[in-house]
Design a protein around this ligand. Sequence first.
Ligand code: ADP
Ligand code: 5GP
Length: 186
Amino acid sequence: MARVFVITGPSGVGKGTLIKHLLERVPELELSVSATTRGPRPGEEHGVHYHFLDPAEFDRRVANGAFVEHAEYSGRHYGTLREELDRRTAAGHPVVLEIEVQGARQVRTAMPEAVQIFIVPPSTDTLRQRLVGRGTDDEQQVASRLEVAVSELAAQDEFAYKVVNAELDAAVDELVDIVRREMVLA
Ligand code: ADP
Ligand code: 5GP
C-alpha cells in the first residue's frame, strides 16, 4: 500500500514552501489537490492549487461522502477529496496531504497508518512575520490565522514527527529524511 504523509502546522509556518522542495527531492511523491470554498489568490489555478468550489457544491460533496476529511478554517471550508487520494495510492504513488490540524486528526482516525508530520515555527513572532511577509492575507485574515495558530501549536505533541522550520534547507533535509525512511518501511 502506498504511503500517505500528512503535513500540518499553522498557516504561514512554511508548509507549502517545504512541500515544494520535498516534491523536487522525492519525485515519486504526489500532492493531493484539496477542495476549498475560499477564493483563489493571484496566480492560483483551479485544479492545480485547489479545486475552488462554491459552498453549495462543497456541501453537496460532503453529503455524498466525497471527502476523506474536511474542516472549517478561518471561516472557509477545506477538504481532501477521496478521489484525489485514492487515484494516487491505487497507482502506487506515495501521497502528501497539506492540511490543517482538525483534518489531520480525522485522517489519524480514518487512516492510522498515515505518517503525521507537524511543522513548527521557530517562534510566534516569526510566524507573524512570515504571514505578513507572504502578502496574501489582509490584516483581518492574518489576525484570524494567528488566533487559530495558538490552538494548533498546542496540538503539536499529538504528531509522530515534528520539524522546526527555522533555516529552510535544514528543515527540507529533515523532512526528506523522514519521508525516505517511512517509504522504506511501507
Ligand atoms: P504555509 O503553506 O504553511 O501557509 P508558506 O509556505 O506559504 O506557509 O510560507 C509562508 C511564508 O514564509 C512565505 O513567504 C515563505 O516564503 C516564507 N518561508 C517559508 N519557510 C521559511 C524559512 N525557513 N525561512 C524564512 N521564510 C520562510
Ligand atoms: P490557505 O487558505 O492558506 O491555502 O489554507 C488554510 C489552511 O487550510 C492551511 O492550514 C492549509 O493547510 C489547510 N488546508 C488546505 N487544504 C486542506 C484540506 O484539504 N483539508 C484541511 N482540513 N485543511 C486544508
